[in-house]
Ligand binder design. Structure first.
Ligand code: NAD
Ligand code: LMR
Length: 342
């Protein structure tokens, strides 16, 4: 059932900063899928982080070029490029944080679940390598369908005997919160830098649940406008897919979102307090075994799950409507590993 945890003021914790000078120093960050539409701008943003001393880029193509290009930027992080499965272990060795945007994006008319057949095995294999080479690293999975790829990685970690993975495995849903902040600030003419809207649930269609009633600063909308904003946040990925007209899905806003997530993880690893971000994690907060909620990050990953908080009736209904799809997505990921484990 829904927890009603008393939560710290999320507005303070869910700040929109990406990197600060106090973020974990000497961190090694690996990006898997680094040559892609998300991977390249994400790696660029990471290269600007003073906290990162080693940025290791892995892909099945083009990583030598991406790494050479980034390595000329006058920031401390050393950049290495690793191409093809033979070079994956070297990329992961000693990583503190692994970000995974490897895999195909949607084209117009597709759902995220339509990516499952291609992306499930990519994530399975990359998770296996992470479980073997850097089992203690924080792992942020960006690859869609996130509702299934996170359970896939979890099943791999279980089978590889990795302890405590529940605290270190995250589906990166930050982009949903970034969009909610943008759209709601726009709708009310408020300064977006100070807007903070938790987005819970999963990362596809009706499973994306913005909690506008918990926005800070507080905002109120007539029911029809609240519904329209909710639907826009739920369909924002599709908005980009259609605008790109076959050339992929969100890449630049996703890179920004993943860099923000990474900045908070690194800050928390360095002992920084009050780092909160919504993420899709193993969860006891609702009937779904994985669920995105605001997460307080710490030195070991998930320090505390801050839960769904106090929702209005409309939001409780959204959670209930998401349950069937979310649970089916989770089961599909778990079944995939059961059927393909070797
Ligand atoms: P892209 O096609 O531009 O890039 C994907 C990269 O993955 C390519 O460089 C490709 O070579 C690489 N790749 C493929 N197989 C690989 C493997 N086995 N190992 C390593 N790298 C491999 O796609 P993109 O636009 O960067 O999107 C990547 C993924 O992120 C998609 O699944 C997309 O749906 C997802 N996405 C998620 C969110 C989110 O909010 N979580 C947002 C946007 C996109
Ligand atoms: C997004 O939300 O932009 C991503 O999940 C990509 C997509 O397919 O919509």
């Amino acid at each position: 059932m829904f927890s009603r945890l008393a939560r710290p003021a999320l507005s303070k914790c869910m700040s929109q900063r990406t990197f600060t000078t106090s973020s974990k120093t000497n961190a090694k960050v690996a990006v898997l899928g680094a040559s892609g539409g998300i991977g390249q701008p994400l790696s660029l943003l990471l290269k600007t982080s003073p906290a990162i001393t080693q940025l290791s880029l892995y892909d099945i193509a083009h990583t030598p070029g991406v790494a050479a290009d980034l390595s000329h930027i006058e920031t401390p992080a050393k950049v290495s490029g690793h191409m093809g499965p033979d070079e994956l272990d070297a990329c992961l060795e000693g990583a503190d944080l692994v970000l995974i945007p490897a895999g195909v994006p949607r084209k117009p008319g597709m759902t995220r679940d339509d990516l499952f057949n291609t992306n499930a095995s990519i994530v399975l294999n990359l998770a296996k390598a992470c479980a073997k080479k850097c089992p203690q690293a924080m792992v942020g999975i960006i690859t869609n369908p996130v509702n299934s790829t996170v359970p896939i990685a979890a099943e791999v970690y279980k089978r590889e005997g990795v302890q405590g993975w529940e605290k270190r495995l995250f589906g990166v849903t930050t982009l949903d919160a970034v969009r909610a902040n943008t759209f709601i600030a726009e709708a009310r003419g408020l300064e977006v830098a100070h807007m903070s809207v938790p987005v819970i649930g999963g990362h596809s269609g009706v499973t994306i649940i913005p909690l506008i009633s918990q926005a800070t600063p507080a905002v109120s909308f007539p029911p029809e406008e609240r519904k329209a904003l909710t639907v826009r946040i739920q369909n924002a990925g599709t908005e980009v897919v259609e605008a790109k007209a076959g050339a992929g899905s969100a890449t630049l806003s996703m890179a920004f979102a993943a860099a923000r997530f990474a900045g908070k993880v690194l800050e928390a690893l360095a002992g920084g307090e009050g780092q909160v971000e919504c993420a899709f994690v193993k969860s006891n907060e609702t009937d779904s075994s994985y669920f995105a909620t605001p997460i307080l990050l710490g030195k070991n990953g998930v320090e505390a799950n801050l839960g769904v908080g106090k929702m209005i009736e409309y939001e409780i209904q959204l959670v209930s409507e998401a349950k069937e799809e979310l649970q089916a997505n989770i089961k599909k990921g778990e079944d995939f590993v059961a059927q393909n484990w070797s």
